[in-house]
Ligand binder design. Structure first.
Ligand SMILES: C[S@@+](CC[C@H](N)C(=O)[O-])C[C@H]1O[C@@H](n2cnc3c(N)ncnc32)[C@H](O)[C@@H]1O
Length: 300
């Protein structure tokens, strides 16, 4: 009985023609998840029991084969899209349309959540921009430095929507990790975008991604945010790269920049309340103490 159920579940996925259409990214995500977590995991559980049915091995292989076929569609899709980006034919409105075609409408208006939850937009962006293995950290972090965690892609889309960056702007991601924030900001807005990252292995990863995509206006600088040069920055983003005194030190540095020109600062995560207490910054969103909504500030 169980064997028939599993076989039927694999066949239902394998014969679902919609899954083989390139644009069915969301549906493929669900099918790949079902194959991995409902089907293969279930088979592996059954294989641990006494005298498991022989057919299970063949079913496991079939499930893995179908999963590989679906994953290959995504891999080919991302390769082609990366080639389009390299050629410059997939930026700005074209890039937004592409996201809509593959991940559905309202990518920039997804509901904010109570925590940094991720969705199919993140899976799509990760497939496109973060396909290489994440490198190990090479430098010891100081206690106030926060470990790498990526900003949910919907927040980056929201930032670009709200920031309305122009040719005069220079965007900075302070603590840029693997680099997808400056890359996406540049792809969506065309504005020059820079990332400041303490960990050299992350900076190298990000730099390679930008070079591979031929994005000459995206730069990654390996530096401690406390000593980095922000002299051309107009729009800054922080997904809580550090806390406490270290955050205060960098905010004092940004205040110095704000004496020379008006700057805007977007925040995400636990750094927002500390940023909100800075008297030189005016808060222009209505998100109160909500840590996982985009904080929007500008200097007076
Ligand atoms: C929460 S992650 C955010 C990563 C990135 N902004 C993103 O959304 O993908 C914080 C990042 O800040 C970096 N970081 C921590 N302290 C730093 C410092 N003093 N200077 C520069 N980067 C720092 C960490 O290595 C980590 O990559």
């Amino acid at each position: 009985m169980v064997i028939y159920q599993i076989q039927a579940a694999i066949e239902a996925i394998e014969k679902n023609a919609a899954l083989y259409q390139e644009t069915s990214f969301d549906r493929r995500v669900e099918a790949i998840d079902a194959l991995e977590f409902n089907i293969v995991d279930r088979i592996e559980g059954l294989l641990q029991t006494v005298n498991p049915p022989e057919e299970l091995i063949a079913l496991k292989q079939a499930a893995e084969r179908v999963k590989r076929q679906l994953e290959e569609i995504d891999a080919t899709l991302f390769q082609r899209l990366r080639a389009d980006i390299r050629r410059g034919s997939c930026a700005g409105a074209a890039f937004k349309d592409l996201i809509e075609a593959y991940v559905g409408p309202d990518a920039s208006n997804r509901q904010p959540q109570d925590e940094p939850g991720y969705d199919s937009l993140d899976l799509f962006i990760n497939g496109l921009l973060l396909s290489r293995a994440v490198p190990n950290e090479t430098k010891a972090r100081e206690p106030e430095m926060v470990y790498y965690q990526q900003t949910p892609a919907r927040i980056i889309f929201e930032l670009v929507e709200k920031a309305q960056l122009t040719e005069e702007d220079v965007f900075y991601d302070v603590g840029s990790g693997l680099g997808q924030v400056p890359i996406l900001v540049n792809l969506l807005s065309g504005a020059p975008a820079k990332g400041i990252e303490f960990e050299p292995a992350y900076g190298d990863y990000a730099r390679l991604s930008a070079v591979d995509l031929n994005l000459s206006r995206v730069t990654f600088i390996q530096a401690d945010a406390r000593t980095a040069d922000y002299s051309d920055g107009t729009v800054f983003f922080m997904y809580t790269p550090f806390e406490g005194r270290m955050l205060q030190e960098v905010l004092v540095k940004l205040r110095g920049e704000a004496h020379r020109r008006r700057i805007r600062l977007f925040t995400y995560g636990p750094c927002t309340p500390q940023v909100a207490r800075q008297s030189w910054l005016k808060r222009i969103d209505q998100n109160g103490d909500h840590l996982y909504k985009l904080g929007t500030f500008q200097s007076g």
